[in-house]
Ligand binder design. Structure first.
Ligand code: ADP
Length: 507
């Protein structure tokens, strides 16, 4: 373990439960890698700390090696050894923590969804800080994400700043306020935090249950910078309707709370270089896109009789947030409108998974509908490339990445106007919006009529004005959804926070 050499930029350490492509469940994984790479490009030293999951894609880590020095960390009255691995993911230096704990904390064959997730991730949060301390690192920013690593904020101020890891400002990003990780208050003690100090209404106490503590609330209260993943969602969660019980807390801490729209990793999501595609293409060569459509149809056994038949794509976790009833409706509506529909999704909710398995079976050999109910990174690329339209009827959507990826691949988004979708998709027919921003179809009401209104309009343009459709496709493919702008906003927040701390130390 060596400390980082001094350099001009900031030293930023992300402590996270996901990082694409090695350990990705959803958008969080994309953000850690995309933001990290963009900040690295701007000259900052960016490092990432992750659990060493047995199910991670180890072949995507370069130069993975175990370090000589083990790190001991505290949990539930004992010290445990942690093997520390180092490697490079997408050009970013990453440390992987492998706890030598009898409960095999990250050897479970899945990232989340275990009964003891609270224990697994509070353990990890503490071990990650211990690693930074023992390695002698002096980060300017420690950036933690979602409830799984929100523990870092109170742990830092209560235990690690006093131990000498005291150069950092803490940034906490909540990628989705639906997941808060609340647990019985006494469970918090295991990672060494003082329950009697923290189980208070102005600290980590769950807002609707006084004997439970809420890690996300702890992240909000104890971080210097709190962000979420789009400006509209940042507004929405300050209301009782979408705040998931935390609107009061967010309003009290509103001065440090901002919404920054995520970008996408434009190296990974680039139809001109994407090796997962049948043929690469760009906005000036849409023949390539048509070839990918043909290839996907053959691969999935869909009819190729009409090359111009519109193909609607949908790639999502099948959870209530995503508007599953509207996704189901969109399948039938697409059929009525004469299109084809391809859904790639999987559900952690058994009754939703069963329902979609039923639909998948109904359409097993159908000419125009295919449901693929699994997680498949490579197939996702093929669907973005093959589809003409992309449907996202979310009930709420903190940011959403799929609309941006879809546009990069020339698939026109049809979305409900909420959260980050409202900040990135602007209706083609909305004359109040400057023409250069209009890039898709949106609807307000989360019901079948609302969805039909947008989908029908998309089909109408596709079917009646081929030239305008093609211009729209070329336009959305050239829009900038890279991390550049958003990373600059994080950079500014980090720098302001670091300067404020320095000024306070001087006075
Ligand atoms: P969330 O984080 O809520 O799942 P986002 O839109 O922010 O939603 O991010 C979803 C990411 O996960 C995208 O990169 C999308 O392509 C990917 N994804 C979702 N479901 C699947 C799947 N079944 N197979 C492959 N990739 C998927």
């Amino acid at each position: 373990l060596t400390s980082a050499p001094k350099r001009a930029g900031l030293h930023i350490v992300h402590i996270a439960a996901e990082m694409a492509p090695v350990a990705k469940v959803g958008g969080l994984g994309d953000v850690v890698t995309g933001l990290g790479k963009a900040l690295q490009k701007k000259g900052h030293l960016v490092e990432v700390v992750l659990p060493k999951y047995d199910c991670m894609q180890q072949d995507r880590v370069r130069d993975l090696r175990v370090l000589d020095a083990a790190v001991e960390s505290y949990f539930n009255g004992r010290l445990y050894k942690n093997k520390i691995w180092a490697g490079t993911v997408e050009g970013l230096p990453v440390y992987f923590i492998e706890p030598q704990h009898p409960d095999r904390l990250f050897l479970r064959g899945q990232f989340y969804g275990e009964n003891d997730d609270f224990k697994r991730f509070s353990y990890f949060s503490r071990a990650a800080l211990e690693l930074l301390l023992q390695a002698g690192k002096k980060p300017d920013i420690i950036h933690c994400h979602d409830w799984q690593t929100a523990f870092v904020a109170p742990l830092y101020w209560d235990l690690y700043a006093p131990k000498g890891l005291n150069t950092a400002r803490i940034c906490f990003t909540c990628h989705n306020f639906e997941y808060q990780g609340a647990a019985p208050a006494s469970d918090l003690a295991h990672c060494g935090l003082d329950v009697s100090q923290l189980n208070r209404p102005d600290r980590m106490q769950h807002n609707s249950s006084h004997d439970r503590i809420n890690p996300v609330k702890g992240g909000v209260v104890f971080s210097n910078i709190v962000s979420t993943v789009s400006p509209t969602y940042a507004q929405e969660v300050r209301s009782a309707e979408l705040g998931q019980g935390l609107h009061g807390t967010l309003n009290s801490h509103s001065r440090k709370f901002v919404g920054i729209l995520n970008g996408i990793d434009t190296d990974v999501w680039n139809p001109a270089t994407d090796n997962a595609l049948q043929v690469q293409y760009n906005s000036k060569d849409l023949q390539g896109k048509a070839e990918n459509k043909g290839a996907l149809r053959r691969q999935l056994g869909l009819s190729s009789a009409n090359a111009r038949q519109p193909l609607v794509g949908c790639i999502t976790r099948l959870v209530p947030q995503k508007g599953v009833h509207l996704i189901r409706h969109a399948i039938y509506r697409t059929l009525e409108l004469g299109g084809q529909f391809v859904l790639l999704g999987s559900s952690p909710v058994p009754h939703i998974q069963r329902e979609f398995e039923g639909i998948a079976n109904n359409f097993q050999n159908h000419d125009h509908i295919r449901l693929i109910l699994k997680y498949d990174e490579s197939l996702s690329h093929s669907i973005y490339a093959a589809s003409d339209m992309f449907i996202i009827p979310s009930i709420f959507e903190p940011c959403g990445l799929t609309q941006m990826i879809a546009m990069r691949y020339g698939s026109i988004p049809v979305v409900r106007k909420t959260g980050g979708l409202n900040d990135s998709v602007f209706d083609v027919d909305d004359e109040t919006i400057p023409l250069q921003f209009r890039n898709g179809y949106t609807f307000d009401d989360p019901d079948e009529r609302g969805l039909n209104g947008a989908l029908d309009r998309a089909f109408r343009l596709y079917n009646t004005d081929q030239e305008r459709w093609q211009q729209l496709v070329q336009k959305v493919m050239s829009m900038d959804f890279s991390w550049d702008t958003s990373a600059s906003q994080y950079e500014e927040l980090y720098q302001k926070s670091v300067s404020r701390a320095k000024a306070a130390n001087r006075s």
